[in-house]
Design a protein around this ligand. Structure first.
Ligand code: FAD
Length: 387
C-alpha cells in the first residue's frame, strides 16, 4: 500500500536490487516473525531461530563484505531492511544494533583474524551482537564510564556494570566500552569484543528490564567481575575507543532515523485507512475537516523527514555525514515520529489506547527513540557546537 503523501517518491539511492531485498525482508517479517508477536512479547525476547532464519535468507550483515559471509552491500541495504522491519510492525529482533552497529565496528576496526572469527557467525545468525556503553551511573557522559579493563598477562580483567543493553539477554558477542587508562577521560577508553557465555567466571547477566514499550526485545543489565577477555579481542588500538565510538555514532543515529521515518509512514497509513472506514456524525472521519488537516500535516512531516533522511543516507554513502548533521537527523526524525504517532493515535479515539490496535504499541515504542543513541538534549548540544 503506498503511503499517503509519499506516492511517486523514490529514494535517490534506490536501485532494483533494493526492491528485491525489500520484498524478501517484508515476506520474512510478516509471514515468519510477526505471527509470533504475542508470544515474543510475553517471553520478553526474540527467538534465536528467527536470527538464524534471517541469516539463512541473507538478511544479516547486508553491508558486510561477502568474504566474511555478508551481503557485500552498503548502508542503503541495511536501511531497507530496518525500514521493512518497522513497516511490518516487527520489533523483536535487535537488527538495528546487531547489523546496523555491531558488524560495522568489527568490519571497520577488526583485524583480518577478528573479522574471520566473528563476522560469519553474526551474518549467519549463530551469534547475536550487542554494544555496551551505558552504565548505571550514566549514559550521556560516555567519557566518564567506570567499567575498567586491567591487563593481566595475555588477558584483560574486566570489572564493572553496563545497563540498558539492547540484545543483552541473548547476546553472544558484545562490543564493550571500557577504561584502560583510569587517569584519562576520553583518551582512556578502549573497545573489547567479549564472547559472552553464561557459565564464564566473572560474567553475569542481570535482569531483562521491564519497559513501557519494545516488549519483545531484550534490554538487559550485564555485570563483570574480573571477567577474562583475551588481549587479542581488543578492537583497534588501546585507548582509541572514544574516537571509534564517535566515528560510528553518526551511523547509529541514522539507523534510529530510518526506524523513525518508517514508523511515521506506518502511522499515517494506519490512521488514513481507519479514517476512511470509521464514521462519526454520519460521515467517515476523513470527511471531517480536522481529520483531513491532521493527516495532511502528518503526511507532509513524513515526506519532509523522508527527504532529510535520504539526504543523510547519500552523505553517509559518500563518507561525508558529519556529527552535527547526523545529530540533526536523529533529533528531527525522532521528534517527528513521536508527534506523528501521537496525532495519528488520536484519530483512533479510544481504540487507539487499546493494545489491539498497532498504533498503541507504536506510541509506546516511539518514546525511547528520543532517549537512546544519545538523548535528544545531547543532540542539541552537538548541533549547537557548530553554530
Ligand atoms: C530501550 C533502551 C535500549 C538501549 N540500548 C542501549 C544499548 O544497546 N547500548 C548502550 O550502551 N546503551 C543503550 N541504551 C542506553 C541509552 O543510550 C541511555 O539511556 C542514554 O544515552 C541516556 O543515558 P542515561 O539513561 O544514563 O541518562 P543520563 O545521562 O543520566 O541523562 C538523564 C537526562 O539528563 C539529560 N542530560 C544529560 N546530560 C546533559 C547535558 N549535558 N545537557 C542537557 N541535558 C543533559 C539527558 O538528556 C536526560 O534527559 C538503551 C536505553 C534504552 C531505554
Amino acid at each position: 500500500m503506498p503511503t499517503p503523501g509519499l506516492d511517486g517518491y523514490a529514494e535517490p539511492w534506490r536501485k532494483p536490487e533494493h526492491d528485491d531485498l525489500a520484498e524478501l525482508a517484508r515476506t520474512f517479517f510478516t509471514k515468519e516473525v510477526v505471527p509470533h508477536a504475542g508470544r515474543l512479547e510475553r517471553q520478553g525476547h526474540p527467538d534465536r531461530e528467527h536470527y538464524r532464519r534471517a541469516g539463512e535468507l541473507g538478511l544479516l550483515g547486508l553491508s558486510v563484505p561477502e568474504q566474511y559471509g555478508g551481503g557485500g552491500g552498503d548502508f542503503t541495504h541495511e536501511a531497507v531492511l530496518l525500514h521493512e522491519q518497522t513497516l511490518a510492525g516487527e520489533g523483536s529482533l535487535g537488527l538495528a544494533v546487531h547489523s546496523g552497529i555491531v558488524t560495522g565496528y568489527i568490519a571497520e576496526y577488526g583485524t583480518e583474524e577478528q573479522k574471520q572469527r566473528w563476522l560469519p557467525g553474526l551474518c549467519s545468525g549463530e551469534l547475536i551482537g550487542a554494544i555496551g556503553m551505558t552504565e548505571p551511573d550514566g549514559g550521556s557522559d560516555v567519557q566518564a564510564i567506570r567499567t575498567r579493563a586491567v591487563r593481566d598477562g595475555d588477558d584483560y580483567l574486566v570489572t564493572g556494570a553496563k545497563t540498558f543493553i539492547t540484545n543483552g539477554g541473548l547476546a553472544d558477542l558484545l562490543v564493550l566500552a571500557v577504561k584502560t587508562d583510569q587517569s584519562a577521560k576520553a583518551h582512556g577508553i578502549s573497545l573489547l569484543v567479549c564472547e559472552l557465555r553464561d557459565d564464564a567466571p566473572g560474567f553475569r547477566r542481570g535482569r531483562n528490564l521491564e519497559k513501557i514499550g519494545l516488549h519483545s526485545n531484550d534490554t538487559a543489565e550485564l555485570f563483570f567481575d574480573d571477567f577474562r577477555v583475551p588481549a587479542g579481542n581488543l578492537l583497534g588500538t588501546e585507548n582509541a575507543g572514544f574516537i571509534q565510538l564517535m566515528q560510528q555514532l553518526p551511523q547509529e543515529r541514522l539507523v534510529i532515523g530510518v526506524g523513525a521515518v518508517a514508523a511515521m509512514q506506518r502511522a499515517v497509513e494506519l490512521a488514513t485507512a481507519y479514517a476512511k472506514e470509521r464514521t462519526a456524525f454520519g460521515k467517515p472521519l476523513l470527511g471531517h475537516q480536522n481529520t483531513r488537516m491532521v493527516l495532511a500535516e502528518c503526511a507532509t512531516r513524513t515526506r519532509a523527514s523522508r527527504i532529510f533522511l535520504d539526504d543523510c543516507i547519500v552523505r553517509h554513502a559518500r563518507g561525508e555525514l558529519d556529527v552535527a548533521t547526523a545529530a540533526m537527523a536523529k533529533l528531527y526524525l525522532t521528534e517527528g515520529q513521536c508527534e506523528v504517532v501521537d496525532r495519528c493515535l488520536q484519530i483512533f479515539g479510544g481504540y487507539g489506547y487499546t493494545t489491539e490496535y498497532p498504533i498503541a504499541k507504536m506510541y509506546a515504542d516511539a518514546r525511547v527513540q528520543k532517549i537512546y543513541g544519545g538523548t535528544n538534549e545531547i543532540m542539541k548540544e552537538l548541533i549547537a557546537r557548530v553554530l
